[in-house]
Design a protein around this ligand. Sequence first.
Ligand SMILES: *Cc1c(COP(=O)(O)O)cnc(C)c1O
Length: 471
Amino acid sequence: MSKTTSSSRQSIPAVHRVLDLPAVQVLSLEFGRELTTNAVRKVLADTREAVANGQEEVDEAKIVAGILRFLKSLVTPSLKPVFNLTGTVLHTNLGRAPMPPEAIEAMNIVAAGASNLEYDLATGKRGDRDSHLESWICRLTGAEAATVVNNNAAAVLLVLNSLANRREVPVSRGELVEIGGAFRIPDIMKRAGSKLVEVGTTNRTHLKDFAEAINSKTSMLMKIHTSNYAVEGFTATVPEQDLATLAHQRDVAFVVDLGSGTLVDLTAHGLPPEQTVAETISQGADVVTFSGDKLLGGPQAGIIAGRADLIAKIKKNPIKRALRIDKMTIAALAAIFRLYADKDRLAQRLPSLRLLSRTREDIEATAQRLCDPLANKLPDGFDVAVVDCLSQIGSGALPVDVLPSAALSLTPRTGKRGGGTKLKRLAAALRALPVPVIGHIKDGAYVLDMRCLEQTDEARFANQIELIDLS
Ligand SMILES: *Cc1c(COP(=O)(O)O)cnc(C)c1O
Protein backbone atom coordinates (compact mmCIF):
# COMPACT_ATOMS: atom_id res chain seq x y z
CA MET A 1 0.00 0.00 0.00
CA SER A 2 2.19 2.79 -1.19
CA LYS A 3 1.36 6.44 -1.21
CA THR A 4 -0.84 7.36 -4.12
CA THR A 5 -2.57 10.51 -5.16
CA SER A 6 -5.11 8.79 -7.29
CA SER A 7 -8.73 9.68 -6.72
CA SER A 8 -9.84 6.26 -7.94
CA ARG A 9 -11.58 3.87 -5.55
CA GLN A 10 -9.07 1.15 -6.36
CA SER A 11 -6.45 2.94 -4.28
CA ILE A 12 -8.37 2.30 -1.04
CA PRO A 13 -6.86 -0.79 0.59
CA ALA A 14 -9.04 -3.72 1.65
CA VAL A 15 -10.00 -4.09 5.32
CA HIS A 16 -8.04 -7.35 5.76
CA ARG A 17 -4.91 -5.80 4.28
CA VAL A 18 -5.02 -2.91 6.72
CA LEU A 19 -5.69 -5.32 9.60
CA ASP A 20 -2.52 -7.21 8.63
CA LEU A 21 -0.32 -4.14 8.92
CA PRO A 22 2.08 -4.60 11.89
CA ALA A 23 1.06 -1.23 13.40
CA VAL A 24 -2.61 -2.23 13.25
CA GLN A 25 -1.85 -5.67 14.74
CA VAL A 26 -0.35 -3.86 17.73
CA LEU A 27 -3.56 -1.84 18.08
CA SER A 28 -5.59 -5.03 17.84
CA LEU A 29 -3.68 -6.48 20.79
CA GLU A 30 -4.35 -3.40 22.87
CA PHE A 31 -7.97 -2.60 21.96
CA GLY A 32 -9.23 -6.04 20.88
CA ARG A 33 -9.97 -7.46 17.45
CA GLU A 34 -13.59 -6.41 17.25
CA LEU A 35 -13.12 -2.72 18.02
CA THR A 36 -10.03 -2.52 15.81
CA THR A 37 -11.93 -4.02 12.86
CA ASN A 38 -14.73 -1.49 13.46
CA ALA A 39 -12.17 1.30 13.49
CA VAL A 40 -10.50 0.10 10.27
CA ARG A 41 -13.87 -0.04 8.49
CA LYS A 42 -14.81 3.40 9.73
CA VAL A 43 -11.51 5.04 8.74
CA LEU A 44 -11.49 3.37 5.32
CA ALA A 45 -15.05 4.53 4.70
CA ASP A 46 -14.10 8.08 5.66
CA THR A 47 -11.02 7.91 3.43
CA ARG A 48 -13.09 6.62 0.53
CA GLU A 49 -15.47 9.53 0.90
CA ALA A 50 -12.64 12.06 1.15
CA VAL A 51 -11.03 10.63 -1.95
CA ALA A 52 -14.31 10.71 -3.84
CA ASN A 53 -14.53 14.39 -2.94
CA GLY A 54 -11.04 14.84 -4.27
CA GLN A 55 -9.79 15.98 -0.87
CA GLU A 56 -7.34 13.38 0.28
CA GLU A 57 -4.49 11.26 -0.89
CA VAL A 58 -4.38 7.73 0.44
CA ASP A 59 -1.55 7.50 2.91
CA GLU A 60 -0.90 4.45 5.06
CA ALA A 61 0.48 6.42 8.01
CA LYS A 62 -2.55 8.69 7.97
CA ILE A 63 -4.91 5.72 7.92
CA VAL A 64 -3.16 4.11 10.88
CA ALA A 65 -3.18 7.39 12.79
CA GLY A 66 -6.88 7.73 12.06
CA ILE A 67 -7.53 4.21 13.37
CA LEU A 68 -5.66 4.96 16.60
CA ARG A 69 -7.55 8.22 17.05
CA PHE A 70 -10.90 6.53 16.54
CA LEU A 71 -10.03 3.68 18.93
CA LYS A 72 -8.93 6.13 21.61
CA SER A 73 -12.14 8.09 21.27
CA LEU A 74 -14.12 4.84 21.60
CA VAL A 75 -12.45 3.67 24.81
CA THR A 76 -12.11 7.02 26.57
CA PRO A 77 -14.95 7.27 29.11
CA SER A 78 -17.26 10.13 28.23
CA LEU A 79 -17.99 10.67 31.94
CA LYS A 80 -14.91 12.22 33.49
CA PRO A 81 -13.74 14.62 36.21
CA VAL A 82 -13.87 18.37 35.57
CA PHE A 83 -12.84 21.43 37.56
CA ASN A 84 -16.05 23.04 38.79
CA LEU A 85 -15.10 26.72 38.86
CA THR A 86 -18.65 27.88 38.14
CA GLY A 87 -19.10 29.26 41.66
CA THR A 88 -22.02 26.90 42.28
CA VAL A 89 -20.77 24.32 44.75
CA LEU A 90 -23.54 21.72 44.51
CA HIS A 91 -23.93 21.91 40.73
CA THR A 92 -26.49 19.42 39.48
CA ASN A 93 -25.07 19.29 35.94
CA LEU A 94 -21.57 18.73 37.36
CA GLY A 95 -22.53 15.88 39.65
CA ARG A 96 -23.42 17.72 42.89
CA ALA A 97 -21.56 16.79 46.10
CA PRO A 98 -17.91 15.66 45.96
CA MET A 99 -17.48 12.57 48.14
CA PRO A 100 -15.04 12.10 51.01
CA PRO A 101 -12.36 9.39 50.88
CA GLU A 102 -14.22 7.51 53.64
CA ALA A 103 -17.27 7.08 51.35
CA ILE A 104 -15.14 6.13 48.33
CA GLU A 105 -13.30 3.53 50.41
CA ALA A 106 -16.62 2.13 51.67
CA MET A 107 -17.91 1.76 48.10
CA ASN A 108 -14.71 0.03 47.06
CA ILE A 109 -15.02 -2.50 49.85
CA VAL A 110 -18.49 -3.71 48.82
CA ALA A 111 -18.17 -3.23 45.05
CA ALA A 112 -15.99 -6.18 44.16
CA GLY A 113 -17.82 -9.06 45.78
CA ALA A 114 -20.74 -10.42 47.74
CA SER A 115 -22.00 -8.63 50.84
CA ASN A 116 -24.78 -9.00 53.40
CA LEU A 117 -26.85 -6.39 51.55
CA GLU A 118 -30.15 -8.15 52.27
CA TYR A 119 -28.97 -10.96 54.48
CA ASP A 120 -29.22 -11.08 58.27
CA LEU A 121 -25.95 -12.55 59.51
CA ALA A 122 -27.37 -13.16 63.01
CA THR A 123 -30.23 -15.38 61.86
CA GLY A 124 -29.02 -16.49 58.43
CA LYS A 125 -32.34 -15.29 57.02
CA ARG A 126 -33.28 -12.67 54.49
CA GLY A 127 -32.50 -9.15 55.67
CA ASP A 128 -33.52 -5.60 54.79
CA ARG A 129 -31.19 -3.29 52.85
CA ASP A 130 -32.52 -0.30 54.79
CA SER A 131 -31.16 -1.85 58.00
CA HIS A 132 -27.66 -0.60 57.16
CA LEU A 133 -28.86 3.02 57.23
CA GLU A 134 -32.05 3.26 59.23
CA SER A 135 -30.59 3.54 62.72
CA TRP A 136 -28.13 6.18 61.52
CA ILE A 137 -30.91 8.29 60.00
CA CYS A 138 -33.00 7.96 63.16
CA ARG A 139 -30.04 8.96 65.33
CA LEU A 140 -29.26 12.03 63.21
CA THR A 141 -32.84 13.24 62.68
CA GLY A 142 -34.84 12.05 65.68
CA ALA A 143 -37.18 10.10 63.37
CA GLU A 144 -38.73 6.79 64.48
CA ALA A 145 -38.02 5.03 61.19
CA ALA A 146 -36.53 5.63 57.75
CA THR A 147 -36.07 4.23 54.28
CA VAL A 148 -33.92 5.30 51.34
CA VAL A 149 -34.58 5.41 47.58
CA ASN A 150 -32.81 6.50 44.40
CA ASN A 151 -33.20 10.26 44.78
CA ASN A 152 -35.47 12.80 46.41
CA ALA A 153 -37.78 12.98 43.39
CA ALA A 154 -38.33 9.24 43.86
CA ALA A 155 -38.85 9.80 47.58
CA VAL A 156 -41.62 12.35 46.96
CA LEU A 157 -43.26 10.11 44.35
CA LEU A 158 -43.16 7.11 46.68
CA VAL A 159 -44.49 8.98 49.71
CA LEU A 160 -47.39 10.44 47.71
CA ASN A 161 -48.26 7.15 46.05
CA SER A 162 -48.05 5.24 49.34
CA LEU A 163 -50.02 7.68 51.49
CA ALA A 164 -52.15 9.71 49.08
CA ASN A 165 -53.09 7.50 46.11
CA ARG A 166 -56.52 8.71 44.91
CA ARG A 167 -56.61 11.10 47.83
CA GLU A 168 -56.29 14.86 48.08
CA VAL A 169 -53.16 16.79 49.06
CA PRO A 170 -53.51 20.50 49.83
CA VAL A 171 -50.36 22.48 48.97
CA SER A 172 -49.75 26.21 49.14
CA ARG A 173 -49.78 27.91 45.71
CA GLY A 174 -46.46 29.51 46.61
CA GLU A 175 -44.83 26.08 46.84
CA LEU A 176 -45.83 24.52 43.51
CA VAL A 177 -42.25 24.63 42.35
CA GLU A 178 -40.31 23.27 39.43
CA ILE A 179 -36.86 22.06 40.47
CA GLY A 180 -34.21 21.92 37.74
CA GLY A 181 -34.42 18.98 35.37
CA ALA A 182 -38.18 18.68 34.99
CA PHE A 183 -39.19 17.90 38.56
CA ARG A 184 -42.50 19.67 38.97
CA ILE A 185 -44.60 19.10 42.04
CA PRO A 186 -47.94 19.13 40.14
CA ASP A 187 -46.65 16.56 37.61
CA ILE A 188 -45.24 14.26 40.31
CA MET A 189 -48.55 14.47 42.18
CA LYS A 190 -50.45 13.39 39.09
CA ARG A 191 -48.09 10.46 38.43
CA ALA A 192 -48.36 9.42 42.07
CA GLY A 193 -52.14 9.27 41.70
CA SER A 194 -52.71 12.12 44.14
CA LYS A 195 -55.04 15.03 43.64
CA LEU A 196 -53.33 18.34 44.18
CA VAL A 197 -55.49 20.90 45.94
CA GLU A 198 -54.02 24.38 45.57
CA VAL A 199 -54.55 26.61 48.57
CA GLY A 200 -53.81 30.27 49.27
CA THR A 201 -52.12 32.56 46.75
CA THR A 202 -48.65 32.78 45.24
CA ASN A 203 -47.36 35.18 47.89
CA ARG A 204 -49.61 34.55 50.90
CA THR A 205 -51.08 31.40 52.35
CA HIS A 206 -52.73 31.21 55.78
CA LEU A 207 -53.63 28.41 58.16
CA LYS A 208 -57.33 28.91 57.46
CA ASP A 209 -56.70 28.22 53.75
CA PHE A 210 -55.47 24.77 54.71
CA ALA A 211 -58.23 24.25 57.29
CA GLU A 212 -60.89 24.96 54.64
CA ALA A 213 -59.28 22.58 52.14
CA ILE A 214 -59.38 19.54 54.42
CA ASN A 215 -62.25 17.08 53.82
CA SER A 216 -62.85 13.33 54.00
CA LYS A 217 -60.70 12.73 50.90
CA THR A 218 -57.67 14.55 52.28
CA SER A 219 -54.74 12.28 53.14
CA MET A 220 -52.04 14.74 54.11
CA LEU A 221 -50.98 18.35 54.27
CA MET A 222 -47.78 18.89 52.36
CA LYS A 223 -45.11 21.54 52.62
CA ILE A 224 -42.49 21.86 49.91
CA HIS A 225 -39.22 23.69 50.35
CA THR A 226 -39.23 26.44 47.70
CA SER A 227 -35.68 25.45 46.94
CA ASN A 228 -34.66 27.53 44.00
CA TYR A 229 -36.53 30.76 44.49
CA ALA A 230 -37.71 33.10 47.19
CA VAL A 231 -40.95 35.01 47.52
CA GLU A 232 -40.13 38.44 48.90
CA GLY A 233 -42.14 41.44 50.00
CA PHE A 234 -45.76 41.04 51.14
CA THR A 235 -45.66 37.35 51.94
CA ALA A 236 -47.06 34.87 54.42
CA THR A 237 -46.42 31.19 54.91
CA VAL A 238 -47.82 28.93 57.57
CA PRO A 239 -45.25 27.78 60.16
CA GLU A 240 -44.58 24.02 60.21
CA GLN A 241 -45.76 23.74 63.80
CA ASP A 242 -49.19 25.19 62.97
CA LEU A 243 -49.60 22.95 59.93
CA ALA A 244 -48.64 19.92 62.02
CA THR A 245 -51.15 20.82 64.74
CA LEU A 246 -53.93 21.35 62.19
CA ALA A 247 -53.10 18.10 60.38
CA HIS A 248 -53.15 16.10 63.59
CA GLN A 249 -56.42 17.71 64.82
CA ARG A 250 -58.04 16.63 61.55
CA ASP A 251 -56.38 13.21 61.55
CA VAL A 252 -54.27 13.61 58.40
CA ALA A 253 -50.50 13.35 58.01
CA PHE A 254 -48.11 16.27 57.69
CA VAL A 255 -45.41 15.68 55.06
CA VAL A 256 -42.48 17.99 54.29
CA ASP A 257 -40.30 17.80 51.19
CA LEU A 258 -37.19 19.52 52.47
CA GLY A 259 -35.26 19.31 49.19
CA SER A 260 -31.69 19.80 50.30
CA GLY A 261 -32.22 18.92 53.93
CA THR A 262 -29.34 19.65 56.26
CA LEU A 263 -28.44 17.55 59.29
CA VAL A 264 -26.40 20.27 61.00
CA ASP A 265 -26.84 23.90 61.98
CA LEU A 266 -25.23 25.66 59.03
CA THR A 267 -24.77 28.93 60.93
CA ALA A 268 -22.18 27.13 63.09
CA HIS A 269 -20.11 26.96 59.88
CA GLY A 270 -20.59 30.60 58.92
CA LEU A 271 -23.35 29.75 56.45
CA PRO A 272 -26.89 31.15 56.15
CA PRO A 273 -29.52 29.48 58.37
CA GLU A 274 -31.48 26.52 57.00
CA GLN A 275 -33.91 24.50 59.06
CA THR A 276 -32.49 21.06 59.88
CA VAL A 277 -34.25 17.75 59.34
CA ALA A 278 -34.34 17.19 63.12
CA GLU A 279 -36.02 20.58 63.68
CA THR A 280 -38.64 19.80 61.04
CA ILE A 281 -39.43 16.49 62.72
CA SER A 282 -39.54 18.04 66.18
CA GLN A 283 -42.01 20.63 64.82
CA GLY A 284 -44.39 17.78 64.08
CA ALA A 285 -43.67 16.59 60.54
CA ASP A 286 -44.81 12.98 60.21
CA VAL A 287 -42.66 12.31 57.13
CA VAL A 288 -39.78 14.31 55.66
CA THR A 289 -37.91 13.70 52.41
CA PHE A 290 -34.50 15.06 51.37
CA SER A 291 -31.64 14.46 48.94
CA GLY A 292 -28.43 12.54 49.60
CA ASP A 293 -26.25 14.61 47.27
CA LYS A 294 -27.27 18.16 48.13
CA LEU A 295 -26.33 19.72 51.50
CA LEU A 296 -25.92 16.25 53.00
CA GLY A 297 -22.79 15.90 50.86
CA GLY A 298 -23.16 12.25 49.87
CA PRO A 299 -24.22 10.08 46.94
CA GLN A 300 -27.41 10.49 44.92
CA ALA A 301 -30.22 9.21 47.13
CA GLY A 302 -33.59 10.18 48.53
CA ILE A 303 -34.08 9.80 52.27
CA ILE A 304 -37.52 9.33 53.81
CA ALA A 305 -37.69 9.68 57.57
CA GLY A 306 -40.61 9.84 59.97
CA ARG A 307 -43.32 8.03 61.89
CA ALA A 308 -42.86 4.25 62.07
CA ASP A 309 -46.39 3.35 60.92
CA LEU A 310 -46.15 5.60 57.84
CA ILE A 311 -42.64 4.42 56.93
CA ALA A 312 -43.86 0.81 57.20
CA LYS A 313 -46.65 1.61 54.72
CA ILE A 314 -44.18 3.30 52.37
CA LYS A 315 -41.82 0.29 52.52
CA LYS A 316 -44.64 -2.07 51.56
CA ASN A 317 -45.42 -0.19 48.35
CA PRO A 318 -44.27 -2.31 45.35
CA ILE A 319 -42.97 0.88 43.70
CA LYS A 320 -40.31 0.98 46.43
CA ARG A 321 -38.72 -2.03 44.73
CA ALA A 322 -38.35 -0.05 41.50
CA LEU A 323 -36.76 2.89 43.29
CA ARG A 324 -34.36 1.09 45.61
CA ILE A 325 -30.70 2.08 46.00
CA ASP A 326 -27.72 -0.18 45.34
CA LYS A 327 -25.09 -1.52 47.71
CA MET A 328 -22.50 1.11 46.79
CA THR A 329 -24.85 3.97 47.59
CA ILE A 330 -25.69 2.32 50.91
CA ALA A 331 -22.00 1.91 51.72
CA ALA A 332 -21.26 5.54 50.82
CA LEU A 333 -24.23 6.91 52.78
CA ALA A 334 -23.30 4.91 55.88
CA ALA A 335 -19.78 6.35 55.69
CA ILE A 336 -21.18 9.88 55.37
CA PHE A 337 -23.45 9.35 58.39
CA ARG A 338 -20.43 8.22 60.42
CA LEU A 339 -18.75 11.54 59.61
CA TYR A 340 -21.86 13.36 60.86
CA ALA A 341 -21.53 11.54 64.15
CA ASP A 342 -18.39 13.60 64.83
CA LYS A 343 -19.62 17.15 64.29
CA ASP A 344 -16.37 18.74 65.52
CA ARG A 345 -14.43 17.42 62.56
CA LEU A 346 -17.26 17.41 60.02
CA ALA A 347 -16.28 20.65 58.24
CA GLN A 348 -12.79 19.31 57.59
CA ARG A 349 -13.81 15.84 56.52
CA LEU A 350 -16.95 16.41 54.45
CA PRO A 351 -15.83 18.02 51.16
CA SER A 352 -19.10 19.82 50.41
CA LEU A 353 -19.17 21.51 53.82
CA ARG A 354 -15.44 22.22 53.63
CA LEU A 355 -15.91 23.99 50.28
CA LEU A 356 -19.00 25.87 51.43
CA SER A 357 -17.32 27.12 54.61
CA ARG A 358 -14.00 28.10 52.98
CA THR A 359 -13.01 31.68 53.80
CA ARG A 360 -12.73 34.32 51.10
CA GLU A 361 -9.09 34.90 52.11
CA ASP A 362 -8.21 31.26 51.60
CA ILE A 363 -9.90 31.22 48.19
CA GLU A 364 -8.18 34.45 47.20
CA ALA A 365 -4.79 32.92 48.06
CA THR A 366 -5.52 30.11 45.59
CA ALA A 367 -6.47 32.65 42.92
CA GLN A 368 -3.27 34.65 43.59
CA ARG A 369 -1.07 31.57 43.23
CA LEU A 370 -2.59 30.67 39.86
CA CYS A 371 -2.88 34.18 38.43
CA ASP A 372 0.67 34.54 37.04
CA PRO A 373 0.96 31.06 35.52
CA LEU A 374 -2.33 31.64 33.71
CA ALA A 375 -1.43 35.19 32.63
CA ASN A 376 1.91 33.97 31.27
CA LYS A 377 0.25 31.28 29.19
CA LEU A 378 -2.60 33.27 27.71
CA PRO A 379 -1.72 35.39 24.66
CA ASP A 380 -1.27 39.16 25.03
CA GLY A 381 -4.88 39.75 24.15
CA PHE A 382 -6.08 38.73 27.61
CA ASP A 383 -6.00 40.44 31.00
CA VAL A 384 -5.91 38.08 33.97
CA ALA A 385 -6.87 39.45 37.39
CA VAL A 386 -7.92 38.29 40.83
CA VAL A 387 -11.39 39.65 41.55
CA ASP A 388 -14.06 39.34 44.24
CA CYS A 389 -17.08 37.25 43.38
CA LEU A 390 -20.04 35.51 45.02
CA SER A 391 -20.47 31.73 45.12
CA GLN A 392 -23.78 29.94 45.44
CA ILE A 393 -24.56 26.80 47.39
CA GLY A 394 -26.51 25.34 44.47
CA SER A 395 -29.03 22.52 44.08
CA GLY A 396 -31.71 24.87 45.21
CA ALA A 397 -30.38 25.27 48.73
CA LEU A 398 -30.66 28.80 50.08
CA PRO A 399 -31.21 30.37 46.66
CA VAL A 400 -30.85 34.01 47.62
CA ASP A 401 -27.87 33.60 49.89
CA VAL A 402 -24.43 34.01 48.37
CA LEU A 403 -20.97 33.35 49.76
CA PRO A 404 -18.13 35.89 49.35
CA SER A 405 -15.44 34.31 47.20
CA ALA A 406 -12.57 35.12 44.84
CA ALA A 407 -12.07 34.38 41.17
CA LEU A 408 -9.65 34.68 38.31
CA SER A 409 -11.19 36.92 35.71
CA LEU A 410 -9.96 36.48 32.12
CA THR A 411 -10.85 39.46 29.94
CA PRO A 412 -10.13 39.82 26.21
CA ARG A 413 -8.43 43.14 25.52
CA THR A 414 -10.13 43.74 22.20
CA GLY A 415 -12.28 46.73 23.00
CA LYS A 416 -15.80 46.45 21.73
CA ARG A 417 -15.45 44.10 18.79
CA GLY A 418 -14.53 40.45 18.81
CA GLY A 419 -14.57 40.11 22.61
CA GLY A 420 -17.47 37.68 22.56
CA THR A 421 -15.81 35.39 20.04
CA LYS A 422 -12.55 35.44 21.97
CA LEU A 423 -14.38 34.61 25.19
CA LYS A 424 -16.18 31.70 23.57
CA ARG A 425 -12.95 30.40 22.11
CA LEU A 426 -11.25 30.66 25.52
CA ALA A 427 -14.15 28.84 27.23
CA ALA A 428 -13.95 26.09 24.59
CA ALA A 429 -10.15 25.78 25.02
CA LEU A 430 -10.59 25.39 28.79
CA ARG A 431 -13.28 22.75 28.24
CA ALA A 432 -10.94 20.86 25.91
CA LEU A 433 -8.27 20.35 28.60
CA PRO A 434 -7.59 16.81 29.92
CA VAL A 435 -9.51 17.82 33.07
CA PRO A 436 -11.96 20.31 31.56
CA VAL A 437 -12.22 23.66 33.36
CA ILE A 438 -15.75 25.05 33.65
CA GLY A 439 -16.30 28.68 34.61
CA HIS A 440 -18.88 31.20 33.51
CA ILE A 441 -19.06 34.33 31.37
CA LYS A 442 -19.95 37.51 33.25
CA ASP A 443 -19.70 41.13 32.15
CA GLY A 444 -17.40 40.40 29.22
CA ALA A 445 -14.99 38.21 31.21
CA TYR A 446 -14.54 34.49 31.72
CA VAL A 447 -14.75 34.06 35.48
CA LEU A 448 -13.19 31.12 37.34
CA ASP A 449 -14.47 31.04 40.95
CA MET A 450 -11.70 29.34 42.93
CA ARG A 451 -13.91 28.17 45.83
CA CYS A 452 -14.00 24.56 44.61
CA LEU A 453 -10.29 24.38 43.74
CA GLU A 454 -8.72 23.12 46.94
CA GLN A 455 -5.02 23.48 47.59
CA THR A 456 -4.49 19.76 47.03
CA ASP A 457 -5.81 20.18 43.45
CA GLU A 458 -3.84 23.31 42.56
CA ALA A 459 -0.93 21.40 41.04
CA ARG A 460 -3.27 19.34 38.88
CA PHE A 461 -4.82 22.60 37.65
CA ALA A 462 -1.48 24.36 37.15
CA ASN A 463 0.07 21.42 35.29
CA GLN A 464 -2.41 21.62 32.47
CA ILE A 465 -2.21 25.39 31.94
CA GLU A 466 0.57 24.70 29.42
CA LEU A 467 -1.93 22.69 27.34
CA ILE A 468 -4.41 25.53 26.76
CA ASP A 469 -4.67 25.78 23.01
CA LEU A 470 -6.19 29.00 21.65
CA SER A 471 -4.98 28.54 18.07
C1 LIG B 1 -33.85 18.95 44.68
C2 LIG B 1 -35.25 18.82 45.12
C3 LIG B 1 -36.00 17.69 44.76
C4 LIG B 1 -35.44 16.61 43.89
O1 LIG B 1 -34.38 15.97 44.55
P1 LIG B 1 -33.40 15.00 43.72
O2 LIG B 1 -32.55 14.37 44.79
O3 LIG B 1 -32.65 15.88 42.78
O4 LIG B 1 -34.23 14.01 43.01
C5 LIG B 1 -37.29 17.61 45.23
N1 LIG B 1 -37.83 18.57 46.00
C6 LIG B 1 -37.13 19.68 46.36
C7 LIG B 1 -37.80 20.71 47.19
C8 LIG B 1 -35.81 19.83 45.94
O5 LIG B 1 -35.11 20.91 46.29
